[in-house]
Structures are given as C-alpha cells and as structure tokens.
Design a protein around this ligand. Structure first.
Ligand code: ATP
Length: 327
C-alpha cells in the first residue's frame, strides 16, 4: 500500500513544439490536500504542463506519478483519481447545463440516479440551478467557467487540475470561482492550478511555483517567498512639477536609497532600511515639485516575482481571450 502523502510528483518533464521549448525542464511535487499554483506570464508553459499531466500532450521526456502511480506511460491508471478543468471549456454548446453534467457523470461511470442527483447538487452549489435547462452556448463566461469546474469534479476526484480558473471572467464571477477553489480546499481536494494573477495565487495557494520560459524558477509558501523582501522598505511619492534629471539628483543626495520614476509624476523609493519621508519631501519641493502623497508600500509577491525572474510585473497582467465551449 502506498503510504505517501504526495499527490503529484513530476520529474524532468519536457515538451517542445518545433524550436519552441514550451516546457524546458520541470520538476515539482504537490502534497495531498494542497492547493499548488503555477504562476507565470502568457507562454510560460503552464497549459502545456497541465496538458501533459492530463494526457492531452505527450511529454518528450520526464516522468510523473499521481498518488504514487506512474502515469507517464499509462494515464488511465489514475484517471479515476483526477478531474480536469481545461483553460478552454470542453463542454457541449448545444447541451444544457444539466445535460452537460449528466453526460460527464456518465463518462465517469456514475449510475443514472446518481448522475442526476450529483448534477443537481453541483448546479445548486455553484448557483446555476436557474440556468440548468439553458443551453451552455448562452451562458456568460463566468457561468461557463463554473459549469466547467462542476464537470471537472462531478466524480469527486482527489486531485483537480485547474487551468486559469478566472481568466476572462468579470470581477464578481472571479470572486465566486475563487470561493469554489477555497471550498474544494476544505474538502481536502488537491488542486493544481495555473494562473497569471499574482493576487489570485497569493489568496488561493498553499504553495506557488514561479514558471518562466518553461522552467520553475522559484517555489515556496507565500511566507517563504516573501522572506527575501521582508527587509525591504519602499515608498511611492506622487509629485507634480519634478524637473528633468530629478532621479539623478536624488540618487546623488540620498546615496543609500534607490529611486525609479514609475510615471512622470510617480516616484518609487526602495531601501534596505526604513525611509525617512521628511528630507525627501523637502528635497523634491526645493527642486520645484509639489508632493501630493507619500505612501509606504508593503513588500508584495509582485516584488519577489520581479526580483527572482528579472521580468517586469506587467508581464503577469496580460489578458488573454478565451473561447469557452465547443462550437
Ligand atoms: N500546440 C502547440 N503548437 C505550437 N506551439 C505551442 C503549442 N502549444 C503551446 N505552444 C507554445 O508553447 C509555449 C508555452 O505555451 P503554454 O500555452 O503552455 O503557455 P502558458 O503559460 O499556458 O500561457 P497562457 O497563459 O498564454 O496559456 C508558447 O510559446 C506557445 O506558443
């Protein structure tokens, strides 16, 4: 019997498409009951990783185990243990929400009375009962996403692969979808999710792996990831009328501080020690500027991402369009 608490174990997974190394070399483990996030910009290799783990893409190299079962050669061996929510919905546009769920339940071998009961239960839980008899094609993006997650957990899997749960949905639906993930966590379902939203990873995940150009560059709990920047002190100063060359002048006068101009009227100050605001404000105003606000910044995961990857935070904010259903 396998006593291990490891739900997913990935070693040296690789996948190329021609000259593109979509997944260059990826290894990680996810413990049972954990919500583990792959966080990275568009094109980092998140979907390709999930596709390999769910049998939608064949790895060029590497191995992976699900609950101790080697699935590299035989994915079916662990199929009953996993649920999959792909980034583009795999549900049928012409079927109703209820029919889609019953169909998925049948694929997983649930008996008819069980299918109907489970479909109704999930429609109720996800707030979709009123839309149960409407065609999937007419659902909003948020409703489509919810139903696709419901379909992924219809057979109560131990492990759920969830690709970009909230991409392309409105703020309210995103909040509900995050709540769904938190509820799954309460039932000890292991979740491997991908996202390019830092706040989402921070809120939902027990551990996060930063993925860039097909490689995991850093992994840890939010607390562990934040550790290197805890000692950093940063400020944002909103100041109009700053003369050209102000950043160089500030650097010369305050040699222990680092300055960057985020916008023409927005200055960022970073330091390894607490920053004294008074002298900075006086300097800026003596130079002809007018300070509207000076605000201390809490160290954030975004700072860590920027520091570890060398990328700008805005690469994570790129949105991508989703289709949402088989047409
Ligand atoms: N079927 C394919 N054929 C050719 N190139 C592909 C294919 N699938 C992915 N790629 C390329 O592999 C790289 C990784 O893509 P992948 O979709 O895994 O990234 P991602 O991190 O999921 O990004 P996104 O958030 O945009 O979905 C990208 O350069 C992408 O263009």
């Amino acid at each position: 019997m396998n006593e291990s608490t490891t739900a997913i174990e990935v070693k040296g997974l690789k996948k190329s498409f021609g000259a593109v190394h979509a997944v260059a070399d990826i290894s990680f483990t996810v413990e049972q009951g954990e919500v583990f996030g792959l966080l990275g910009p568009n094109g980092a290799g998140k979907t390709t990783t999930i596709n390999m783990l769910t049998g939608l893409a064949r790895p060029d190299a590497g191995t992976f185990r699900i609950k101790g079962i080697d699935c590299t050669a035989n994915l079916r061996a662990a199929q009953h243990l996993v649920g999959v929510v792909p980034d583009e919905s795999n549900l049928y546009a012409e079927l109703t929400g209820f029919e889609n769920l019953c169909f998925c339940a049948a694929l997983y071998g649930l008996r008819k009375p069980e299918r109907v009961a489970r479909a109704r239960e999930l429609l109720e839980t996800f707030g979709l009962s009123d839309a149960a008899d409407r065609k999937f094609a007419g659902y909003s993006k948020g409703m489509k996403r919810k139903l696709t997650i419901a379909a992924g957990i219809i057979h109560k899997p131990d492990i759920l692969f969830l690709d970009e749960p909230t991409t392309g949905v409105d703020v309210g639906s995103a909040r509900q979808l995050r709540q769904i993930v938190m509820n799954l966590k309460k039932t000890r379902t292991t979740v491997l999710l991908t996202t390019h939203y830092i706040e989402e990873a921070e809120r939902l995940c027990d551990r996060i792996a930063f993925i860039v150009e097909g490689r995991i560059v850093h992994t840890g709990t939010v607390e562990e990831l934040l550790q290197p920047v805890q000692a950093c002190h940063s400020m944002r100063i909103q100041c109009s009328g700053m003369p050209p060359g102000i950043v160089a002048a500030l650097r010369e006068t305050f040699a222990d501080l680092d300055f960057s101009l985020l916008e023409p009227e927005l200055l960022r100050v970073d330091s390894g020690a607490p920053v004294r605001v008074g002298p900075l404000v006086r300097f800026l105003e003596d130079a002809g500027g007018e300070v509207a606000e000076a605000r201390r910044l809490r160290p954030s995961l975004e700072d860590v991402f920027v520091r570890v990857t060398g990328l700008e935070a805005k690469v994570l904010r790129g949105e991508k369009e989703k289709k949402g259903g088989r047409q």
